[in-house]
Design a protein around this ligand. Structure first.
Ligand code: RIB
Ligand code: CA
Length: 321
C-alpha cells in the first residue's frame, strides 16, 4: 500500500475551493496536514470561517486550520465576483464550532516544511487554490523550507487562454502577482493548472444533475455549490456551465493520468497596469532560462467529472451523516 501523500491546502474558499476540499477530505490517499486560508475570493475572516465550516460539514475537524495573510504582499486586495456574499454561494452551513489554531498559516508552513527539509518527515505537497501570499511569505521568511516541498500543485495563471479577471490575467495570480513571482522564482517543482486546463472542464447543468443524484448531504452540498457556480459563467464563456477550477488540483493529485502537461519557463508580470498578473510561458527556451513549471495543457474532462462523482459517492458509501 502506497503511503498517503502529505499535503497542505492553501486556499481562499470560495465555492470551487470548497468542492476541491470536500473531494480531498474523502480520499485516504491524501494525508491532509493543514488548511491555510488566505485573503482572496473573500476577505481573510470569511475564507477562514468558510474553511472551518467546510471541515465541520465533512467531519474533518481534526485538520488544523491556520489563518493566513489579511492582504496581498503589495497590491490592494481584490475579491472574487462569483462566489456570492459569503463566498459559498447560497449554501448556508452551521456556525463553526471548530476554532482556528493559535499559530498563523506562515508559521504552520514553516513548521511543517522546515521539519521535512531537515529530514524529520516526508516532503509535503502544497496544494494552492488561491493567491500565493502565504506561500511567498513563508519562503521569504524561511527560504530553507523549499527543501521540504515535494511539489507545488496550483490552480492559477493563463497561458494561451485569456484572463478571467482582466484581459490577460487569472484571478489567483492577479490578486497577488508579487507573491506569484516569488513562488515561480523559487526553483520548486511546480504543476500549474491554469485556465488553459480548467476551461476544458466546464461544469454543465447535466453534470450538476448527476452530482445531485449522488446520495448524502456532502454530495447534495457540492451539487448546490455547483448549481450556484453554473449560472455565473453562461454569459462569460458563451456556453452554460462554469469552469471547474480548484477541484482539478484534487483530481490531479489523485488521478494524474487524466492530465497532460508540458514544461516551460513561467514569468509573471508585476508592473504593467494593463497586464498586471499575466503569466507568460516560454515554451521553447527562447529566454535561455530553465523551465520552472509543468503547465497542464490537456485534461480528460469526462474522466475528471466521472472521477469526482466517484469521490462524492465515497461519502455515501461511508455512511457519512
Ligand atoms: O481564477 C479561478 C481561481 O480564482 C479559483 O481558485 C477561484 O477560487 C478563485 O480563487
Ligand atoms: Ca480558489
Amino acid at each position: 500500500m502506497t503511503p498517503p501523500i502529505p499535503v497542505i491546502f492553501d486556499c481562499d474558499p470560495g465555492i470551487d475551493d470548497a468542492i476541491a476540499l470536500l473531494g480531498a477530505f474523502v480520499a485516504p490517499e491524501l494525508d491532509i496536514r493543514a488548511i491555510t486560508p488566505v485573503c482572496g475570493n473573500q476577505p481573510l475572516d470569511r475564507t477562514v470561517r468558510n474553511a472551518l465550516q467546510i471541515c465541520e460539514l465533512a467531519g474533518r475537524t481534526e485538520i488544523p486550520v491556520h489563518a493566513g495573510c489579511h492582504r496581498p504582499l503589495c497590491r490592494e486586495p481584490i475579491h472574487g465576483q462569483f462566489h456570492g456574499s459569503t463566498g459559498l454561494g447560497n449554501t448556508v452551513l452551521p456556525e463553526p464550532v471548530k476554532r482556528i489554531e493559535a499559530t498563523t498559516a506562515v508559521d504552520c508552513l514553516i513548521d511543517h516544511l522546515g521539519r521535512a527539509a531537515r529530514g524529520e518527515g516526508a516532503k509535503v505537497t502544497l496544494c494552492c487554490l488561491g493567491p500565493l501570499t502565504n506561500v511567498a511569505l513563508a519562503l521569504r521568511m524561511a527560504p530553507q523550507i523549499a527543501g521540504g516541498i515535494e511539489r507545488i500543485v496550483m490552480m492559477g495563471g493563463a497561458f494561451r487562454e485569456p484572463g478571467n479577471r482582466t484581459l490577460t490575467s487569472e484571478f489567483n495570480v492577479l490578486a497577488d502577482p508579487h507573491a506569484a513571482g516569488i513562488v515561480f522564482s523559487a526553483g520548486l517543482p511546480m504543476t500549474v493548472l491554469g485556465l488553459d486546463a480548467t476551461h476544458q472542464v466546464m461544469l454543465l447543468p447535466e453534470h450538476v444533475a448527476r452530482f445531485a443524484e449522488v446520495s448524502g448531504p456532502i454530495a447534495r452540498t457540492v451539487a448546490e455549490l455547483m448549481a450556484f457556480w453554473d449560472r455565473n459563467d453562461a454569459r462569460r464563456y458563451g456556453s452554460r456551465g462554469g469552469p471547474l477550477h480548484d477541484p482539478l488540483v484534487t483530481a490531479w493529485l489523485l488521478r494524474p493520468d487524466l492530465f497532460e502537461s508540458r514544461p516551460a519557463r513561467v514569468f509573471v508580470e508585476m508592473e504593467s497596469p494593463l497586464c498586471l498578473g499575466q503569466t507568460v510561458a516560454d515554451w521553447y527556451g527562447k529566454t535561455g532560462e530553465p523551465a520552472n513549471a509543468d503547465i497542464v495543457t490537456r485534461v480528460d474532462a469526462a474522466g475528471v467529472i466521472d472521477f469526482y462523482l466517484g469521490l462524492m459517492a465515497r461519502y455515501g458509501a461511508r455512511g457519512a451523516a
